[in-house]
Ligand binder design. Structure first.
Ligand SMILES: *Cc1c(COP(=O)(O)O)cnc(C)c1O
Length: 241
């Protein structure tokens, strides 16, 4: 990917998407995962609308964005007969929850009751509940966002009754690691946490079945440990500036 490409961006995206899809298929075979339970979220942050449209034309339906203003422009422009499904995966400022609640289908980065409550209150009543994942600070890095694992159950109990959101699972962005087994450990920890929540709260947790984990550099390890959403940017759209 460091070599200068002579292809047009649309051709790049086609080749890249094919490669990523094949990689997911092979990893699913290797680790005994059902490929229908491993979805590809194309992370299009900083990338132009033309690239998103290319990916849509190639059958990609889920897109992830981090920067709200940029995302809202894209969402407005792309509205049409092939409207994609938008996921918000960036940091959430509490004064920015309304447009997120109004324009996205999923949010992967909720980590407080305050934000969850605002998203629920601001979700328009004609729309289905907003799908929410709780971001967990899985390797307990002091500077990282996300709820601490030991505070997760308590947080879940305070948001379960909120009518405008539907809690769907957990998300994490572990510290980058180059070795496969090191990549795998925090993903396993996130999967174990999800199981613990289900064991503790049982039937209160309807639809709590999603794990958003794995990016371009560690998707195989994430698939091995049960990822249901892979958030892939670079491998599809190329390096970001
Ligand atoms: C940018 C980003 C990604 C995609 O990262 P790549 O390494 O480009 O695949 C995934 N998740 C989050 C939260 C991101 O901010």
């Amino acid at each position: 990917m460091n070599q200068k490409s002579t292809q047009s961006p649309a051709e790049d995206i086609q080749a890249n998407l094919q490669k990523v899809r094949l990689g997911i298929k092979l990893a699913c075979e290797k680790f005994g995962r059902d490929p229908d339970h491993v979805a590809l979220l194309a992370v299009s942050k900083t990338k132009p609308i033309s690239m998103i449209e290319s990916a849509i034309a190639l059958g990609q339906t889920h897109f992830g964005e981090n920067y709200l203003q940029d995302a809202l422009t894209k969402i407005e422009e792309i509205k049409g007969k092939t409207t994609p499904i938008w996921h918000y995966i960036g940091a959430i400022q509490s004064n920015k929850t309304r447009p997120i609640a109004e324009h996205f289908d999923w949010v992967h980065t909720v980590s407080s009751h305050k934000i969850a409550k605002r998203l629920s209150d601001q979700r328009p009543s004609h729309m289905p509940p907003l799908n929410i994942l709780l971001q967990v600070n899985i390797d307990a890095e002091p500077t990282k966002s996300g709820v601490k694992p030991e505070q997760l159950l308590e947080l879940i109990q305070t948001i379960l009754e909120l009518p405008g959101i539907q809690l769907r699972g957990l998300m994490a962005i572990p510290a980058p690691a180059s070795e496969f087994e090191l990549q795998r450990a925090p993903f396993k920890a996130l999967g174990d946490l999800k199981q613990q929540c289900i064991a503790e709260l049982g039937s209160e947790l309807q639809g709590f079945d999603q794990l958003s984990m794995g990016m371009t550099g560690d998707l195989d390890a994430a698939i091995a440990e049960g990822a249901t959403w892979l958030r892939i940017g670079t491998a599809i759209f190329g390096e970001r500036n």
